[in-house]
Design a protein around this ligand. Sequence first.
Ligand code: ADP
Length: 575
Amino acid sequence: MKEFIKNLKFAWNYTKDQKLKLILLFFINILAIIVSILMPIYYAKIMVELSNNNLFNLFIVAIILAFIELARSLINYFNRLIAQIIYKDSFTKIQIELGKETLKLENKVMEENGSGVFIQRLSSDASSLADIFYNLFEYITNLLAYLGKYVGIFIISKIVFLYVLIATILLAIIEKVRAKKINEKDKLVREKKESTSGFIAELVRGNRDIKMLNAEEPFINEFQNKIKDANNELFKMQGIRRKYNLLSSILNNILDFIIILIMIYLLMKKYLIPVNAVILWNYSSVLYGVDYFGRIVDIIKNFNLSAKRVFDVIKGEEFSKEKFGSTHLPHINGDFEFKNVYFSYKKEKVLKGLNFKVNANETVAFVGKSGSGKTTIFNLLCKMYEPQKGTITIDGINIKKLDKDTIRGNITIISQNPYIFNMTIRENLTLVKENLTEEDMVEACKLACLHDYIMTLPKKYDTMIGEGGINLSGGQKQRLAIARAFVQKTEIILFDEATSALDNETQEMIQKAIDNMKKDYTILIIAHRLSTIINADRIMFIEDGVIKNEGTHKELLKNCESYKHLYESELKSRK
Ligand code: ADP
């Protein structure tokens, strides 16, 4: 209960600005209670007037009853309407906050947990949180209505009341057992769902690659195992519900039958008049409502589970968030340094005391075997991960002290396969700079050697990319990412050259685009083809987690055997 109150307070943050609607909902619910108590009385009155053959009175009662029925329909309608408005607004708020907080999570958290964990929390868990207030209102209203009926039964017949009370206790015990069993299963079902929704996301996102790898069958087999497992658990949970529903409906029938027997006895003994028997019969439907107790327990438990899961993301207790310093530099020069940096993703050390300095507006290339840690250097510079030892500075300041905008707002990564959003070309560019002028946009695309291609497209800059639009080649994607970098005008640009072979023309265009950046930006290039970086100011040869050698292309050819070897083998492979 303590946990529930704590979670309720947390959920209240997302609903509190809807107090007025909640108050309105409260009054509507009170009306609903009154109507539910009045109805059986008026139905009984109809019976009386029917038996008395008093047509005028019958007419009056029928009119009142019609109004009550109409009121019930309207109450139901407005109840739903207001409840759904509250739900919509709270759900939106929670999802937006969760979305924001999910973007703050550390990269390693995402990698370790997989996307499913967060997709579930952003969707169904957020939904349970948004549900809670109107659900509680609804159940409490129903409980109050039942309470009113118990009072009614008590007033009409103490014997029937005693019987109903005993029956209620019996049904409540069964309900409690059911709720406990369901709750245990529910936890498991959610865990399974998380793992399947991650897999479903993979199936959709990796659709193309799965097909290219011709891996449909093994993928589907794995998919099948996961889905089957999750759906079986769900079925088992529904099984518990099914069994208990059957049990309680049979029991309810028996209890109803016993009530009739009791009432026959009371009527025979003249302890009860027929009108009151009709009202009693209506009121005794309270027994069907005993599972409301159980359902409230279900809702509370379900809510507690969801609240914890949402809480974990928002508060970052279970999943750590990225941490930044508070120093903000409005402008950076763009020089940076790695001092004795050690880093490992898991156990194996990737960087082992890395030292280097890059001056502002220099173009520096990194060369080394695949897996030698080049991309890791980029990741650390953007603070996607934190080094275990050593320091990284930008403009002489430890990046631990710098705020997010100073780091990420001044560095652009152009990766091997840059992420291009499923939007128009213009939107992809305005996404990184809101008030981008037409001239600046065109200029950036010209520098990125992409403008001419864009002009051949039917809708030019307003052409959609991706689903429902055109597909860009790897080289075009990289050039669009380069245009994005020109638009952002960040001082530091990290360029991860595409490993896949690009045709000569594309290669030249990318080369030209990079040349256009030189001198105005600090550029770091991961080179997969040495021909690209012959003109770099400096080349660092990285091996075994450290810089083995550095210098210009010519110097390295002279001083570094490994580099020379790499260059020669590349020349050979081109012949
Ligand atoms: P390069 O860019 O030189 O090819 P990387 O920096 O990408 O090399 O990788 C260096 C090493 O770190 C590799 O052994 C790679 O398997 C490992 N690695 C890279 N990224 C991760 C990650 N997110 N989690 C665990 N290991 C990783």
